[in-house]
Design a protein around this ligand. Structure first.
Ligand SMILES: NC(=O)c1ccc[n+]([C@@H]2O[C@H](COP(=O)([O-])OP(=O)(O)OC[C@H]3O[C@@H](n4cnc5c(N)ncnc54)[C@H](O)[C@@H]3O)[C@@H](O)[C@H]2O)c1
Length: 383
């Protein structure tokens, strides 16, 4: 259920093991694209795997589920309102499969979810189908892949797998052992849910430290602190680290103090970057008696991918656009964008007065920049 960044590579990998996969997505465009053997996302090695799976008849996409042995949920879990987790997608996907469940089935949730979600989904299932109690297995197994090397990581990463009971854990371990080479760690559903949130909150807190220090060092006129920490950037983005820590904060408001502050600090870094760019543009205007053209290098949430979700770089560019700056947005991994005209990197750098590096894409390292240009590097390109 769900054929996006996680669901599609997972489906294609399972299909490559000659296991029949009926991939479901509510987006008809996604279904049609996959059934043509093509893909709708950028991910190395995925196109070949999907093409092969469809051609061999092991992977079929459809808008509706059908009877199966294993049901795997990989639909979005965004937040809503004041950073409250929105579990309506996983609930909807669960309701969609409930009529097709049979004795002996295995139901797995992979979507990043607040602690207790798997038990909630079990309650939804058993409310509709009370006779399935004790007769199906229900487990949580968070996905931890790195976009850009998903196919490799899906097979090699260790997985943490937790059922709502021991039988469920064992059934899920047996399933994943068919295509995962990494170690499979047994636990219960709540612990597995917390593992994923903990991993991302840990990283968020450490990036917040780097980002806070980068602001302090800028004020102190220090370029390079002599400690080994994570690299600062224009904030934190992506569908995981910018979102998941809120799932802890939302459920443990009194206790999750550092985790909440890390989120606020990382969001503040984006605003600080905007202020820096505005100051550089004002200085340019004062000196040259005209508004600066600003090249914005990178829109993705991290280097060498096309994923723009929760991207601080994109938010910065949108804010500069709203403030009516003359901007040239550059994103080598995206050819079209609904609200922005994407510029080519070389010509944007040649045309711009101020060059702002927002994402350390590898291809930016080689770009030569004329000496008279103002360069603001917020991500350490080439370092
Ligand atoms: N992208 C990542 O790198 C990553 C890494 C680890 C975990 N996750 C988690 O995995 C989950 C899925 O994320 P993603 O990046 O694959 O999302 P995505 O937006 O790329 O894909 C989700 C897909 O689910 C479909 N969908 C929505 N509701 C549906 C339903 N009821 N039935 C069938 N399909 C439905 C959507 O149309 C979409 O194609 C999220 O919980 C996310 O936090 C993502």
């Amino acid at each position: 259920m769900g054929l996006g960044y996680i669901g599609l590579p997972t489906a294609a990998l399972i299909a490559s093991r000659k296991i029949k996969v009926h991939g479901v997505d509510v987006n008809q465009h996604v279904v049609d694209t996959i059934n043509k053997g093509k893909i709708h996302i950028v991910e190395p090695d995925l196109d070949g795997l999907v093409h092969h799976g469809v051609q061999q008849g092991f992977l079929v996409a459809a808008p509706e589920p059908k009877k199966a042995d294993v049901f795997l949920i990989a639909v979005p879990t965004p937040f809503k309102g004041d950073h409250e987790p929105d579990t309506t997608y996983v609930e909807k996907a669960t309701s969609m499969v409930v009529p097709f469940l049979r004795e002996g089935n295995l139901f797995i949730l992979e979507s990043t979810s607040p602690v207790g979600t798997t038990e909630k989904l079990a309650a939804i299932i058993f409310k509709e189908r009370p006779t399935l109690k004790g007769k199906i297995s229900i487990a949580y197994c968070p996905e931890r892949v790195l976009p850009g090397s998903v196919i490799h990581e899906l097979q090699q990463n260790d997985r943490v797998i937790g059922g709502i009971d021991t039988r469920s854990t064992e059934a899920a371990i047996a399933f994943y052992s068919r295509f995962v080479k990494g170690a499979l760690h047994k636990t219960n559903a709540r612990t597995a849910e917390m593992c994923k949130l903990t991993e991302n909150a840990y990283r968020d807190v450490n990036i917040a430290f780097a980002n806070e220090l980068s602001i302090i060092c800028d004020k102190a006129g220090i370029k390079h602190p002599r400690v080994k920490i994570l690299k600062p950037g224009p904030g934190v983005g992506g569908h995981c680290i910018a979102v998941d820590p809120w799932f802890i904060v939302s459920d443990f408001k009194e206790d999750a103090k550092i985790i909440k502050q890390a989120r606020l600090t990382n969001n503040y870094k984006r605003d600080w970057v905007i202020e820096k760019i505005k100051a550089a543009a004002a200085a340019f205007k004062k000196k040259n008696k005209r508004g600066a053209v600003i090249a914005c290098m990178g829109l993705a949430y991290k280097p060498n991918i096309d994923d723009l979700r929760e991207s601080p770089a994109l938010e910065i560019v949108h804010e500069l656009q709203r403030l009516k700056f003359k901007i040239l947005p550059v994103e080598p991994n995206v050819s079209k964008h609904g609200k922005l005209t994407i510029a080519d990197a070389e010509s944007a750098v040649a045309e711009a007065d101020i060059i702002v590096f927002l994402v350390a894409h590898r291809s930016f390292e080689k770009i030569s920049i004329q000496k008279d240009k103002v360069v603001l590097d917020f991500c350490g390109v080439g370092k």
